[in-house]
Design a protein around this ligand. Structure first.
Ligand SMILES: *[C@@H]1O[C@H](CO)[C@@H](O)[C@H](O)[C@H]1NC(C)=O
Length: 452
């Protein structure tokens, strides 16, 4: 109410001077107290896709790759020991052969379409998955994946949570290919003959193709675990597949689409879709949240941190600069001290970046950007923003405390914290634009200039 009585010009003048002194203050501090910066190879949270994925399988129809162990990269990521990231890509009209693994998988479609079939002792379920669809594949479930599309590649990211071993899991393929032996072949002749009530020659010929190989008949072995399918075969396999229903968000076993929900944050610079364990039983099981984020070129996801979830971010499309802030221990005589450290990286497609819990992060989209994030340890996680109008934790600190904590006067601190009128996503260039226009001496800044 008081403010209304202050003449507008004077108010503007004060605001301008305040912003001037604050921005100088910050810059000086940045220059005098150098923040150490880790980028590229020295940044343990950044996994460049060219360097850190190991190929498990590759042929002309697609590939399967697994990301290096998180805990081996850095001891700051010890608690991700039991999580692995797998990427699968396949060409149109192909099949990834039936197999199971000693890991729970959380599968998300990043591009293209898939028909996923899960096989259980009492039946099977086939689902049509599209971009943004997610589905848990429980450990030990036999599954196979068809890319039914005639043109588009299918790209899938799986979060793997091994059950026998921390950090290691294996794929058990049912049939033999040149790349991989059928696990059934591990059994002795006597066990196989008795179990199938058949002669071993017949078993070998029909299941393992050992004799057929020479004849190159129908019985010859497949070249690899990703194979080509005929149109009729695809039509047949797709016929009984279900599209996911609207209700499937809360389903125990049906796939759900991250993009079907209203975004939790959205404005002209970006939007964030998120499904938490509270909303979906499959995610509750794994204690993981999933976010699917689009940021427009020139948009900035303002600094925020997750209260307890560690986030594994996978870039689907586009490029961004990311800044993560953490503390690094410094060895000084007798004393332990912690130094603020900036971990930055230039992200591009397929790159992975880990955001530890409590570490603030900001993402600057340098092109239109789309990424997927797995939040590990997600139950009751909260995202705390450090700027912006909504969900800003700093603005919840009482003025009296802000005044003591920061060098500026209480009023100035509050003004600065409340200045940003947008929330979550903002213009990454706004200050540069403002400075440019000030350089050009627009009428307002000329008036203000005469004030001091
Ligand atoms: C975002 O990146 C662009 C391009 O590199 C740069 O011009 C801009 O200053 C950055 N913005 C922020 C807020 O870092």
């Amino acid at each position: 109410m008081m403010r209304a009585r202050i003449p507008l010009l004077l108010l503007l003048g004060i605001l301008f001077l305040a912003s001037l002194s604050v921005s100088f203050g910050i810059r000086e501090q940045h220059e005098s107290q150098d923040v150490s910066v880790s980028r590229g190879k020295n940044n343990p949270f950044y996994f460049n896709s060219d360097r850190w994925f190991r190929t498990l399988f590759r042929n002309q129809f697609g590939h399967l790759r697994v990301l290096q162990r998180f805990d081996q990269r850095s001891n700051q990521l010890q608690n991700l020991e039991n999580y692995r990231v797998v990427e699968f890509e396949s060409k149109p009209n192909t099949l990834l052969l039936p197999h199971h693994a000693d890991a729970d998988f959380l599968l998300v479609v990043l591009n293209g379409r898939a028909v996923l079939t899960l096989v259980n002792p009492d039946g099977r379920d086939s689902y049509i998955l599209e971009q943004g669809h997610a589905q848990k594949i429980p450990a030990g479930t036999i599954f196979f994946l068809v890319n039914p599309d005639d043109n588009e590649n299918l790209r899938i990211i799986k979060l793997a949570v091994p059950v026998n071993n921390p950090h290691r899991f294996q794929d058990f393929f049912l049939s033999s290919t040149e790349a991989q032996q059928s696990y059934l072949q591990g059994f002795s002749k006597n066990i196989l003959e008795a179990s199938f009530d058949s002669d071993i020659k017949e078993i070998n010929r029909v299941l393992f193709g050992e004799e057929g190989q020479q004849q190159k008949g129908e019985e010859s072995q497949q070249e690899g675990v990703i194979v080509e399918l005929k149109r009729e075969q695809i039509r047949e396999l797709t016929k009984h597949a279900k599209s996911s229903s609207k209700k499937s968000l809360s389903s125990e076993d049906e796939p759900f689409n991250l993009r079907n929900q209203k975004p939790v944050y959205s404005n002209r610079f970006g939007r964030l879709h998120e499904i938490t364990p509270e909303k979906n039983p499959q995610l509750r099981d794994l204690d993981v949240f999933l976010s699917y984020v689009d940021i427009k070129e020139g948009g900035l996801l303002i600094p925020s941190y997750n209260s307890k979830a560690t986030v594994i971010l996978v870039v689907n499309e586009g490029e961004a600069n990311i800044e993560l802030v953490g503390l690094k221990q410094q060895q000084q005589q007798q004393q332990q001290s912690w130094e603020v450290q900036r971990y930055s990286a230039e992200l591009s497609e397929d790159d992975v970046f880990v955001i530890p819990a409590a570490y603030p992060v900001a993402i600057n989209a340098t092109s239109n950007l789309n990424f997927l994030a797995f939040g590990i340890n997600a139950k009751n996680n909260q995202r705390n923003f450090l700027a912006g109008e909504k969900d800003n934790v700093i603005s919840e600190i009482p003025n009296q405390v802000l005044e003591v904590a920061f060098p500026g006067s209480g009023e100035k601190v509050v003004k600065l914290i409340n200045k940003q009128s947008l929330s979550y996503f903002v213009d990454a260039q706004s200050q540069q634009k403002e400075k440019q226009s000030k350089g050009r001496k627009d009428p307002l800044s000329s008036i203000l200039d005469t004030l001091h």
